[in-house]
Design a protein around this ligand. Structure first.
Ligand code: TRP
Length: 339
């Protein structure tokens, strides 16, 4: 343990009990990054707020709600594929594996994977998530699994992957579900895959869930549900900026806007300014001026063809083990390794 603390000097360790501990970077570092990133991404012609800022506690809860809307097919489809893995993943597990999850959104999916690992004497789960929602879901998991140990890393994926590199020698099964990868730009996505690759030891596994290209109507309604949960989720990032960076966004002055760009194979999400307005973001030292109908881009959600997924993983150096699909071919799960 002392070893770990020394190798990860920037992290504070919190021990809750013998089965549960957290590592968290010093708070001031997180806040500085947020204020600086917002300052540069909103202070330019095409304005942008990174989707990684969606997931504060409220945002994470709203996202869980999106996942159960009838229009949002990815979650239930991915869950149906994970159920197939109950029998089909074990042949790829040649040793004891720690489950490392990038994000800790849905405990339903986590549980399906933990259930696959239950034949091991001790199950270890290491979620990496920027949101403190991690704490809540961890405590629920510990209530339901006797032989489970959880080490939560409350940090960005990049930080968490860096942490993992020096952690120990146990094999890791890293999972990145929900087509979260599709939210990166192609360049950032590629860099991210390189980070995952370099955080892996030979023989580690990486399971990635990616959404597939399909009809525009299905895609657009998945990102603009009739109950307006997705709209609330998108607007919530402005409330977060208000609270954490002392800003004065009026949420009534913005609309949620989601369209599918067929050429670039992606859903594009924006916050649209209803009229000319100006907003102060104190901690970013910014007075933001917006014109009527001006868009703040908040997210891309890329959709893939199978051959593209295989090329992507191959280019990053991984070796493909298997790809699973649902019956309608709406969603995919790919398992890769590092040799
Ligand atoms: N990774 C999810 C996706 O792209 C994230 C997501 C789903 C999302 N619905 C959203 C993000 C709505 C913002 C708004 O499908």
């Amino acid at each position: 343990m002392t070893d770990i603390i020394q190798k990860n000097l920037d992290y504070k360790k919190y021990v809750v009990d013998s089965n549960l501990q957290y590592f968290k970077p010093h708070a001031t570092q997180i806040e500085k990054t947020f204020a600086e990133e917002i300052s540069s991404s909103l202070n330019r012609n095409s304005k942008f707020i990174s989707p990684k800022f969606f997931y504060d506690k409220n945002g994470s809860e709203l996202f869980e709600k999106i996942c159960s809307t009838s229009e949002y097919y990815p979650t239930r489809t991915e869950i149906s594929i994970l159920k197939q893995l109950k029998n089909e993943l074990p042949p790829f597990l040649d040793d004891d594996f720690r489950l490392v999850e990038l994000g800790s959104g849905s405990s339903v999916k986590t549980r399906l994977l933990l259930d696959i690992l239950t034949s091991q004497k001790n199950i270890e789960y290491l979620p990496i998530d920027i949101s403190e929602i991690l704490a809540e879901s961890s405590e629920q998991l510990l209530r339901d699994y006797d032989n489970l140990t959880i080490t939560g890393i409350i940090d960005t994926y990049e930080g968490g992957l860096e942490f993992l590199k020096t952690y120990d020698k146990k094999k890791n099964l890293i999972i990145f579900l929900g087509s979260s990868y599709g939210n990166f730009s192609p360049i950032d996505g590629y860099k991210f895959l390189e980070k995952v690759y370099s955080a892996m030891k030979p023989g580690d596994l990486f399971l990635i869930g990616l959404d597939l290209v399909k009809e525009k109507e299905i895609l657009e309604s998945a990102y603009d549900d009739s109950q307006k949960v997705t709209a609330k989720f998108n607007l919530n990032v402005l409330s977060r900026i208000n609270d954490e960076l002392d800003a004065d966004f009026d949420l009534n002055n913005f609309l949620h806007h989601a369209i599918y760009n067929e050429k670039d194979q992606r859903i594009e999400m924006y916050l649209k300014s209803i009229h000319d307005q100006s907003v102060i973001i104190s901690k970013s030292n910014l007075e933001l001026k917006l014109k009527k109908d001006e868009l703040i881009h908040t997210e891309y959600s890329h959709k893939y063809r199978l051959s593209e997924i295989h090329d992507l993983l191959d280019d990053a150096g991984f070796e493909l083990k298997h790809t699973w699909l649902d019956e309608k071919k709406h969603f995919s799960l790919s398992l890769v390794t590092k040799i």
